[in-house]
Unconditional design. Structure first.
Length: 223
């Protein structure tokens, strides 16, 4: 992969730029504590990672609705009786989900040489809240609300390709399932920002490059 060939780097947002696991787990733990229920970070995240893809694989609904359904399903799995009217706590918490410590400094470095974009499974209104946490601007934004589809579907990448009109794109993301697999299906160069030290699916597609965090990505592209 020649590092000089790219004009724009697109990113997944939640899990790659924003520490969504801490945001999700914190929201569940805080809300459950109101009922005297103690939840563990690890069990919340494990249950959420099971439930969210299942919800998104059905007919398109807004991400705010996805979060509401996921809140109810996760609570049920963990033995916490959550009244349906309180399920919005998870979507309400999203504006407070924070970037990873290396996010803004790395984006600032990359913005000196590349245009930046976001391809995210999110609603417009919710993303606007997260954009306030970044110290750079993004030239391209493709959301699930725009394409009425969720990754790992191909619609985000196809829409980005249309808008970029031939500009040379590199995608960077933490999720192998949501981003690496569909990007490689379209022969799009992709860096796996493997923050969690996960392994690719045996026999599955491999990323163009793998790094441990965004700082390492910036180091690689700056070298």
């Amino acid at each position: 992969m020649s590092k000089t060939e790219f004009e724009i780097i697109t990113f997944d947002c939640y899990g790659t730029l924003i520490d969504w696991e801490s945001g999700i787990a914190g929201a569940f733990i805080n809300e459950a504590s109101r009922d005297g229920v103690q939840l563990s970070w690890e069990r919340v995240i494990a249950a959420y990672m099971e439930e969210e893809p299942s919800i998104e694989s059905g007919r398109y609904i807004s991400y705010k609705e996805v979060l509401g359904q996921a809140a109810r399903r996760v609570a049920a799995r963990l033995g916490w009786t959550l009244e349906p009217g309180r399920a919005r706590f998870l979507a309400d918490s999203l504006p407070n989900w924070r970037p990873f410590p290396d996010t803004n400094a790395s984006l600032e470095r990359l913005a000196r040489r590349y245009r930046l974009g976001i391809l995210s499974n999110i609603d417009e209104e919710l993303l606007k809240e997260s954009l306030r946490h970044f110290t750079v601007t993004f030239d391209l934004i493709v959301t699930a609300e725009q394409v009425k589809s969720y990754k790992p579907g191909l619609a985000h990448f196809q829409e980005a390709g249309k808008r970029l009109d031939g500009a040379r794109q590199l995608h960077a993301a933490q999720s192998y399932f949501h981003d690496v697999v569909p990007a490689r299906a379209l022969d799009l160069p992709v860096v796996w920002v493997n923050r969690k030290g996960e392994r690719a699916t045996p026999g599955g597609p491999l990323p163009t490059k793998e790094v441990g965090n965004l700082a390492a990505l910036a180091d690689y592209l700056d070298a």
